[in-house]
Design a protein around this ligand. Structure first.
Ligand code: KG4
Ligand code: ZN
Length: 343
């Protein structure tokens, strides 16, 4: 029997109905991008209110699309960590309420582990997931940039992560500086394709340091100085030629990707595993995907990147709940949210 999965960690309200073989019977995502665009970033209070309005219609749509009766669900799974507190609360309370009303067991999902699980959910579903382990996992999103040593989908050892901004956050901030809208990743990537990656010598922070941490805030500041000069913050009045914008985007994207690829390859070498799995919104980035593919060929490791449509937040990656169900790992009805950074 299928399960219902619920995702509301940040600014997407999503639900899916997923069978034990990971096939998707129903799915619905309500994005909040237009709500947050004028603030150039996700406003937690606005996000929580929007989740509240959307969560039941989204769940209803996913269930109707699946054609199943809620009585036939096996369990209800919800991302309880990490994320924005108000956003997480809406999903968790909805899941607990439905678990009580429909008398179903509850499963708690770690959103970061789910991002990596999306690697197994391509069109041709990988039903031999065990072959993907052990692996190095790179989660690269708007809120996180982390490397793990993954022994199984649920057994992950944190190797390192960003000490300041996440990579996606840096994409979003650079997009704001160049007045490209929100979220900025896709817009920066589009312009970058027309630019010169060597135009600006932006920093590759910590790339040669013998650990797995990242830092992107210095890069963000370097971009700001390159386009405005120190002290100036009024990005809206900047008049930059299209080619200058494209060159800034291309040079910025190259700096981010150099570090992500460099650190991932270091993790592969130092852990001795031969597989890399990659998920999270920034994993949709075409240049990153190309460079990771090149590195995998050169260094001789296996690479699986989540399908582009499952990189940004969605409820389908909540299929990881099946791994917990098989282990008998259920949450109790007093499940609480855990917003803080999860290692
Ligand atoms: O995984 P996600 O949907 O949310 C979090 O869990 O944070 O990631 C969203 C992030 C945003 O910062 C967005 O700008 C970035 O992923 N993103 C991209 C691309 N598509 C989305 N960054 C670079 N290139 C892209 N094509
Ligand atoms: Zn995410």
């Amino acid at each position: 029997m299928p399960i219902l999965t619920i995702e509301s960690t940040c600014d997407e309200t999503a639900a899916a109905v997923i069978d034990g073989d990971c096939s998707v019977l129903g799915e619905c995502i309500a994005t909040q991008e237009t709500l947050h665009e004028r603030f150039s970033g996700v406003v937690p209070e606005v996000a929580a209110r929007a989740h509240l309005e959307r969560i039941l219609p989204v769940i209803d749509t996913a269930i109707r699309q699946s054609g199943i009766n809620p009585a036939d669900l096996d369990a209800i799974a919800v991302a309880d960590r990490p994320g924005l507190a108000g956003s997480l609360l809406v999903g968790v309370i909805a899941a607990k309420t439905l678990a009580i009303a429909w008398n179903k067991p509850l499963v708690a999902i770690n959103h970061l582990h789910a991002h990596l699980y999306a690697c197994h959910l391509s069109g041709v579903r990988d039903r031999t997931q065990s072959s993907a382990y052990p692996s190095v996992g790179l989660v690269v999103s708007g809120g996180h940039t982390s490397l793990y040593h993954c022994r199984s989908p649920l057994d992950l050892e944190y190797l390192g992560g960003t000490i300041d901004d996440a990579a996606g956050e840096a994409f979003d901030k650079v997009a704001t500086m160049l007045s490209l809208g929100f979220p900025g990743g896709p817009a920066v990537a589009k312009l970058a394709a027309k630019g010169n990656r060597d135009a600006y010598p932006f920093p590759r922070s910590m790339i040669h340091q013998p650990h797995f941490n990242f830092s992107f805030s210095g890069l963000k500041t370097a971009v700001r100085y390159a386009i405005t000069g120190p002290g100036q913050q009024d990005f809206a009045s900047l008049k930059l030629a299209d080619q200058v914008k494209a060159d800034v985007c291309a040079s910025f994207e190259a700096a981010v990707v150099d570090v992500l690829v460099g650190k991932s390859c270091r993790a592969i070498r130092e852990t001795g595993v031969r597989k890399l799995i990659v998920g999270g919104g920034v994993a949709a980035n075409r240049y990153l995907r190309e460079r990771l593919n090149d590195a995998a060929k050169k260094d001789g490791f296996e690479l699986t990147i989540a399908p582009a449509e499952l990189c940004t937040d969605n409820a389908v990656m909540g299929a990881i709940a099946w791994e917990k169900i098989r282990r008998g790992d259920f949450a109790s009805l007093d499940l609480d949210i855990t917003p803080g950074l999860q290692r």
